[in-house]
Design a protein around this ligand. Sequence first.
Ligand SMILES: NC(=O)c1ccc[n+]([C@@H]2O[C@H](COP(=O)([O-])OP(=O)(O)OC[C@H]3O[C@@H](n4cnc5c(N)ncnc54)[C@H](OP(=O)(O)O)[C@@H]3O)[C@@H](O)[C@H]2O)c1
Length: 327
Amino acid sequence: MHAITIPEPGGPEALVWGEVPDPVVGEGEVLVDVVATAVNRADILQRQGFYDPPPGTSPYPGLECSGRVAQVGPGVSGWAVGDEVCALLSGGGYAEKVAVPAGQLLPVPEGIGVDRAAALPEVVCTVWSNVFMVAHLRPGETFLVHGGSSGIGTMAVQLAKAVGAKVAVTAGTEEKLERCAELGADILINYREQDFVAELREATDGKGADVILDNMGAKYLDRNVQALAVNGRLVIIGMQGGVKGELNIGALLAKRAAITATTLRARPVEEKAAIVAAVREHVWPLVSGGHVRPVIDREIPMPDAAEAHRVVEDSSHIGKVLLVTPR
Ligand SMILES: NC(=O)c1ccc[n+]([C@@H]2O[C@H](COP(=O)([O-])OP(=O)(O)OC[C@H]3O[C@@H](n4cnc5c(N)ncnc54)[C@H](OP(=O)(O)O)[C@@H]3O)[C@@H](O)[C@H]2O)c1
């Protein structure tokens, strides 16, 4: 098969489309003929040499894919050759075929084309596991997501609205804020021109956010704690603003607030399967019912992955950038 390899870490040109051995399907796994994958920020870090795949997983980038089942491995039930699926991966989505633990497969939701379904698994599983399974966002609460127009952000806005939360977003341009509003965001904050702590306080009668989903890490740590409501929950999933920050424990304590940080990729197979099962139960009906949809900026042929990485690194996209396998 062909896959995007990274012979030497570096810029986008480090991504090379070449011939590689087919994956071997192990016990409990399913082989998927990949129709599409999607770019995640983690793929850029992997390309740069800063984010190695977990031991025993595919060396190729790609944390999600969609396609058709090509082979069912030993010990797997419930899936058949030809089924249209999408999958949460530990890597290997930038390829014509990938072997996936069966618990990480999802059916392509009704009304979504098989290629577009590649935009869903990583963002839905990340948002559901952090905002709902960890931070327990409830109807009527206020939710802030930084980078509201990102792949993660566009899904977080829709899911938080679907459960009846009031949603605040930060983004760097008015156009991106408008797209967030179209998805249902109530409070729009331009992080380049406005102070999100002050804006959020004003919009919530001084209360702040009950749950914050943060992509910035160190740079926003202090201000995120300031922006939390009493009993608030801050979940950090990204470190775009650095890894070491200073925390005012007094402020956290006075608010009886919690800070959690998680990563999805390194979780054991069983934990991923539990998240995928929860997503199938709670989110898939929302997608099939048309209440939540993948937001796709553009589709690019997989051999041109370098171009897709440039788009995401420049943040010129809204939602997800897909890579489609040549046929
Ligand atoms: N821990 C996990 O398991 C996990 C899983 C998936 C993703 N993530 C993380 O989630 C984040 C989003 O991922 P993605 O793939 O959706 O990325 P993405 O589409 O590339 O989006 C990155 C976002 O960061 C925003 N941003 C940049 N500087 C900002 C600032 N100062 N304040 C607020 N927002 C700012 C950008 O906003 P503008 O475009 O408006 O500038 C953009 O929306 C990344 O940090 C990624 O590593 C973590």
